[in-house]
Design a protein around this ligand. Structure first.
Ligand SMILES: NC(=O)c1ccc[n+]([C@@H]2O[C@H](COP(=O)([O-])OP(=O)(O)OC[C@H]3O[C@@H](n4cnc5c(N)ncnc54)[C@H](O)[C@@H]3O)[C@@H](O)[C@H]2O)c1
Ligand SMILES: N[C@@H](CCO)C(=O)O
Ligand code: NA
Length: 430
């Protein structure tokens, strides 16, 4: 039965995502009401620039005072799509204190302060939902939190940043320069306000922290995630990858480690075989593999960024939270009972592609091979190309720990015959 009193929703931020949330709330109002069981009323929109024309939004609803809006006391749901840490954090906790539940797309904040925000939601008996924070439109938080709640997830691996996938894809397939590809991603609304968050891997690391926490029922914060961005990936790296039948993707990888007694979470560029499904994830699309004991391998794929796709996830949460409000319940909160420690990157085991500039003279290959052997790193293949008394040596290893590989590279740098280490890239997905 339809409740006549509407659910009052406040929108904080009306940028790329917020404007699409407002548009869908208006255009799909009847369907949303039918699905929730009550009409949804846009009760206020907090913005920074009040003079901007916002199509479809009653100017009387617009305010620059987000704090006063969340303190009104009659709100059912606050949708936070401002981004960043403050004032978003204080606005969310203030919303809970004044009786509202919260839907947010803010991965940076959730990866840093998720535990405190969940505690605040619990304390006030309210919901905190954030499907949009990871992989945009792709349902991932809810499947991990609800559908897979009876299984044991062992690994989450995927492409969770649309901007960097867009850039890497352009560089790989069209030979476009880095800046040109980044400018296009920004114009399409994929990039964060400061694109450093995307290209240096902070955005993906925040998502990895959120995914690892939910998947392994533990707490993983942004600082726990090992992070390397993609701004140093070169055309030469793509050429090396092609020679190996691979491409390069910025991956987020969360795994159980040490016989399941700990977890690791990392974000870095990696070579993956062209035959791997992640290799064919194009443009700003995201794709995430989840491996669980009983389910086996699951793949989630779709638009990971952009206004409308992200708004789709926000609206899904709005409906879920709205239904909870009507029935006087809340959805599942934080599940961190496993309390697993996060291991350092040194314990991660994977394969490596190392490109060295060496002197082209007798015994060099043997010297290099000895260094690998001394550090317990087994070599899979070696390829050498000569150029004027110098040579480039490409070594691909079998699986080894990051600590062993680090020691190997340090020792290689100390060899007189090694002129430089041109690139080190992990090889995943085999
Ligand atoms: N764009 C995407 O593809 C995407 C995808 C998933 C998640 N997100 C997340 O969604 C959130 C919003 O992203 P966006 O792309 O819409 O960013 P945006 O910069 O386009 O929008 C944010 C808006 O908030 C406004 N704002 C800033 N401070 C404010 C304040 N104090 N009061 C009211 N308004 C304020 C800004 O003026 C801006 O219009 C971020 O957390 C982002 O990480 C974005
Ligand atoms: N900047 C992010 C938005 C989606 O979270 C990306 O490019 O994936
Ligand atoms: Na999502």
């Amino acid at each position: 039965m339809m409740r006549t009193r509407p659910l009052k929703v406040a929108l904080l931020g009306c940028g790329v995502v917020g404007s699409e949330v407002a548009r869908i709330m208006t255009t799909h109002a009847d369907d949303l009401a039918a699905r929730i069981g009550a009409p949804v009323e846009l009760a206020g929109v907090a913005v920074r620039r009040p003079d901007k024309v916002r199509e479809g939004i009653d100017p009387a609803l617009v305010t620059t005072d987000a704090t006063a809006l969340v303190k009104r006391g009659d709100l059912d749901i606050v949708v936070e799509v401002i981004g960043g840490i403050e004032p978003a954090r204080t606005l969310i906790t203030t919303a809970f204190e004044h009786g509202a539940s919260v839907v947010s797309a803010n991965k940076a904040l959730l990866a840093q302060d998720g535990a405190a925000l969940h505690a605040a939601a619990d304390e006030h008996g309210k919901d905190l939902y954030y499907e949009a924070a990871v992989a945009g439109a792709i349902p991932l938080i809810r499947p991990l939190r609800e559908s897979l709640a009876g299984d044991k997830v062992n690994r989450v691996l995927g492409i969770v940043n649309g901007t960097t996938n867009f850039i890497l894809d352009k560089m790989d397939t069209t030979g476009a320069g880095y800046q040109e590809a980044l400018d296009e991603a920004t114009a399409l609304g994929y990039a964060e306000a400061d694109p450093t968050a995307d290209v240096e891997g902070f955005d993906a690391a925040a998502k990895a922290a959120i995914l690892a926490g939910i998947a392994f029922h533990t707490r993983v914060r942004l600082d726990d995630v090992y992070r390397e961005g993609m701004s140093e990936v070169t055309a030469a790296d793509f050429a090396s990858a092609k020679e190996m039948g691979c491409t390069i993707k910025l991956l987020a990888i969360c795994e159980r480690a040490g016989d399941g007694a700990s977890v690791t979470a990392r974000v870095h560029p990696a070579m993956i075989p062209l035959s791997h499904p992640l290799a064919s994830v194009r443009g700003a699309y995201n794709a995430v593999f989840v491996e669980s004991d009983a389910s086996g391998q699951l793949m989630f794929y779709g638009p990971g960024a952009g206004g409308a796709p992200t708004a789709s996830a926000v609206l899904g949460d709005l409906v879920a939270v709205g239904r909870n409000r009507i029935s006087g319940t809340t959805g599942p909160g934080e599940s961190a009972y496993a309390a697993l420690p996060v291991s350092s990157m040194g314990e991660v085991v994977t394969r490596y592609h190392i490109s060295l500039d060496v002197a082209d003279k007798p015994g060099v290959l043997a010297q290099v091979a000895t260094v690998f052997a001394e550090h317990g790193v087994s070599i899979d293949t070696v390829r050498q190309q000569g150029k004027d008394g110098e040579a480039s040596l490409v070594v691909v290893t079998h699986r080894a720990s990051d600590a062993a590989l680090g020691g190997t590279v340090e020792a290689l740098r100390n060899l007189d015959t090694v002129r430089g280490v041109a690139s080190i890239m992990r090889v995943e997905g085999e």
